[in-house]
Design a protein around this ligand. Structure first.
Ligand code: FMN
Length: 378
């Protein structure tokens, strides 16, 4: 029995295996409302055998969207289409999970297929007008970015409550796992960063304050029997001598507030800790080494993600104690059946037993026919 296909249990939730479909923004929602695209896109990963399927980064307020098409949970009208998705995922055996996010000063960009640059008045002609982004300080991401509006202290407090309200809506939609997006240079990451957060109030004096208050607000609304994940950008912890300790300190504080799993991502264009302009690797080998250290130091379970293609590699990371869960992103877009194929490759999936019931007999017959044809050719 492989570890990848050993159930994962956290609080009151049991996933059938440790393959997690990583959150992947589709820019295909209208006014933050998920569409049939999201339903079909996500359901096929559950049908393909994944243990946990994450809905993309879903905005806790409208101005926190990265693109116009991001999904949202800032009002109750956005719950119902997500509830359809949780039902579909559960029916096909996966744990329904969602990531909540706010992109802060990185809000308001074009879709990937339109360039992914900050929106300009010219984009308004396509129905995608720019809006004013907010951030910890009035500091743009870079020279080609608009300057965000610095949040007032009261606005920061309101945003903390918005995270809690979105978590409540996620619960009402039927999600069983929730992840806070604390990575990729988005709002929570911006508050942690001395580069983006130059505030003089309590949220600048202690740059972890916003993250910790968000964790508390989310946990208040997110039931005790349901797991809470937190995504971090690990790579920023590589350079400075204190960086690793800072990350460990943050994760320990998050664990004390009810976070269960750290999802180890990297990158994002700003650093919590200065990276001296060095580029950052995003492959699993790089992340898993750090992930193991953080797992041991923080006591959190770890999800490792980044260019997972080969199931044997994923299995090795689990066997080596470098991760508890394996996130799969682009490879699942390429092959939504990655999990059931991985299970076969690791020798655990005889007779198509974990494929969807209506497929099983036909796939077994197909295999027998194919074997017969191969023998005839030989
Ligand atoms: C189309 C696409 C959309 C993504 N959207 C998100 C997102 O909403 N939230 C997030 O944290 N990461 C997002 N990511 C990053 C993935 O979750 C994942 O961490 C990354 O792609 C690395 O894993 P991979 O090498 O298996 O693709 C996205 C990646 C892709 C390819």
């Amino acid at each position: 029995m492989s570890m990848l296909f050993t159930p994962y249990v956290c609080r009151g939730v049991r996933a059938r295996n440790r393959v997690v479909i990583s959150p992947m923004q589709q820019s295909s929602a209208a006014q933050g409302v998920a569409s049939d695209w999201h339903l079909a896109h996500l359901a096929r990963f559950a049908m393909g055998g994944a243990g946990i399927v994450f809905v993309e980064s879903t905005a806790v307020e409208a101005r926190g969207r990265n693109t116009h098409g991001d999904t949202g949970l800032w009002h109750d009208g956005q719950i119902e289409p997500l509830a359809r998705i949780t039902q579909a995922l559960r029916r096909d055996g996966a744990v329904p999970a969602i990531q909540l996010g706010h992109t802060g000063r990185k809000a308001g960009v074009q879709t990937w297929w339109n360039g992914h640059a900050p929106l300009t008045p010219a984009d308004a002609e396509r129905g995608e007008p720019p809006w004013t982004a907010v951030g910890p300080s009035a500091l743009p991401v870079g020279p080609d970015w608009p300057t965000p509006q610095a949040l007032t202290t009261d606005e920061v407090r309101a945003l903390v409550l918005a995270w809690g309200a979105a978590a409540r809506r996620a619960r009402e939609a039927g999600f069983e796992m929730l992840e806070v997006h604390g990575a990729h240079g988005y709002l929570i990451h911006q508050f942690l960063s001395p580069v983006a957060n130059q505030r003089n109030d309590a949220y600048g004096e202690d740059r972890t304050r916003f993250a910790l208050e968000v964790a508390e607000a989310v946990r208040r609304e997110w039931p005790d029997n349901l797991p809470l994940f937190w995504r971090v950008s690990l790579a920023d912890a590589v350079d400075g001598g204190l960086a690793h300790d800072d990350m460990v300190g943050l994760l320990r504080a998050l664990k004390a507030r009810g976070v269960d799993v750290v999802d180890c991502s990297s990158g994002g264009g700003i650093s919590s800790y200065p990276t001296q302009g060095r580029s950052v690797s995003n492959d699993l080998t790089f992340r898993a080494a750090l992930a193991r250290q953080l797992r041991e130091a923080s006591g959190l379970d770890v999800m490792a993600v980044g260019l997972v293609i080969d199931p044997h590699t994923a299995e090795r990371y689990l066997q080596n104690g470098q991760a508890d869960l394996i996130g799969v992103g682009r490879e699942a877009l390429y092959n939504p059946n990655w999990a059931v194929h991985a299970e076969s490759a690791l020798g655990d999936n005889r007779d198509y037993a974990t494929w969807p019931l209506p497929y099983r007999m036909y796939l077994a017959r197909r295999a027998a026919t194919a074997d017969g044809l191969r023998r005839a050719v030989r």
